[in-house]
Design a protein around this ligand. Structure first.
Ligand SMILES: Nc1nc2c(ncn2[C@@H]2O[C@H](COP(=O)(O)OP(=O)(O)OP(=O)(O)O)[C@@H](O)[C@H]2O)c(=O)[nH]1
Ligand SMILES: [Mg+2]
Length: 204
């Protein structure tokens, strides 16, 4: 781990892509890190907390983000750039089959042959742990041969004294994660620095 304070800065929305044909081409000099998870788990909120912006639209209604959004990010002091890629959420029950199919088409079009995609941050609600469709997502990402890092969200909903045991029980139940799952709360800005550090040390 890097011991100085890592700052992710100069975040800029590069593109919002609703259809496969709109996806940004890869840039071999810029690694990409995607943020995936169920609808409403807090993907866009975590991106805002990490980048210290309000660029990503958040909302109480699941299905807020419908496009793949590319953010260009710089790591201060490390002279390093990367792209953070916000996925639309999956698994919202009220969505039609058509919508689920178009989600799969869009994400597959992105993941397929995307050498620049180095890591998928898999966001999981800390209150629930991995649900069936989280396990499906993990299998799916692994089929594309991508690294997964689990990041628990909304940890402010669980008393801090129970964090460690809660995480341990989810790990015991089985999950794929590159490193120990990171516990975060975007609301309370907890675990955000740990996640920034993880991203920086993963990329450098
Ligand atoms: N208590 C708490 N609520 C949060 C936290 N992060 C996000 N939320 C709330 O959860 C809801 C969904 O947040 P988003 O960031 O829009 O979730 P998303 O995963 O991007 O959702 P989709 O784009 O619909 O897939 C919003 O009402 C947020 O305010 C958190 O750390 N703590
Ligand atoms: Mg979103």
């Amino acid at each position: 781990m890097i011991d100085r304070k890592i700052l992710l800065i100069n975040a800029r929305l590069e593109a919002s892509c609703f259809k496969p044909g709109q996806l940004l081409p890869e840039d071999s000099s810029i690694p990409e890190i995607a943020v995936a998870g169920r609808s409403n788990v807090g993907k866009s909120s975590l991106i805002n907390a990490l980048l210290n912006t309000k660029l990503a639209k958040t909302g109480q209604t699941p299905g807020k983000t419908r496009s793949i959004n590319f953010y260009n990010v710089e790591i201060k002091g490390a002279d390093k750039k990367f792209r953070l890629v916000d996925f639309p959420g999956y698994g919202y029950a009220a969505r039609s089959k058509d919508e689920r199919d178009s989600w799969k088409r869009l994400i597959s079009a992105y993941m397929r042959e995307r050498d620049g995609l180095k890591l998928v941050l898999h966001l999981v609600d800390f209150r629930h742990g991995l649900l069936n469709n989280d396990r499906e997502l993990q299998e799916w990402i692994r089929a594309y041969d991508k690294n997964i890092q689990v990041v628990f969200t909304k940890a402010d909903k669980i008393p801090k004294g129970k964090w460690r045991a809660t995480r341990e029980s989810y790990v015991r139940d089985g999950l794929f994660s590159y490193d120990m799952p990171i516990i975060t709360s975007s609301d309370k800005k907890e675990g955000i620095e740990a996640l920034s550090n993880f991203i920086a040390s993963f990329l450098i």
